[in-house]
Ligand binder design. Sequence first.
Ligand SMILES: N[C@@H](CCC(=O)N[C@@H](CS)C(=O)NCC(=O)O)C(=O)O
Length: 231
Amino acid sequence: MNRTLDIATSLGATLARFGAGLRVEALGARPEQPLELYEFEGCPYCRKPREAATALDLELMIYPCPKRGTRFRKVVRERGGKEQFPYLIDPNTGKEMYESDDIVRYLFAQYGTGRPPLLYTGGPLANLSSTIACGWRLNQGVYAEPSKAPAQPLELWSFEASPFCRIAREVLCSLEIPYRLHNVGRGSPRREAFVERSGKMQVPFLVDPNTQVELFESADIVRYLRATYGS
Ligand SMILES: N[C@@H](CCC(=O)N[C@@H](CS)C(=O)NCC(=O)O)C(=O)O
């Protein structure tokens, strides 16, 4: 996709969700270990738990499960009994679940201060606006593309509502590359440490421990991922 169109449609997706996943909300208990989310970027239901994770400043291990994917879909089938996404595993509590609204409610109850704001569950309206957001992105982050698996998961600093981060996440998804997602939404207490680590407050920021490459700029990240892991 042409770069200007790419950014414009990604911004369209952010606006369609009224900026959910932009800033951090009231925080509760902090998990010791990152939560694990099996999802894909082009799935409207998967967006809601990712938004909630930004709002709750949670670290996630993302296991991308695009359609026709061969790496992580089977894990969900084996653990939960069916291929339905999103699927959350919380190693801190032993809880595992399907259903985006259940996941969002669980996250706010466990790691926020109770009930989620309407924007984050919102029933049919949230699903409709998330579907419209996916529509803006056509088929980006829906289907798996042939790829080489990295030996170790990558790391990405991001927040859900950022149009530039979405562009990088969609490619990680299509290439089925697992990654540790460091959420640094507006108001995140992690931002200071991130700036110390990276040198500036800019996302997306990708670290590949397999090659020691560190990159800002979504277009550079996309180029790097395709050259290194695409086939
Ligand atoms: N009510 C479920 C709906 C989930 C759902 O329908 N997910 C679709 C993807 S958007 C799915 O898993 N489809 C099966 C597949 O992709 O193989 C929720 O909110 O989590």
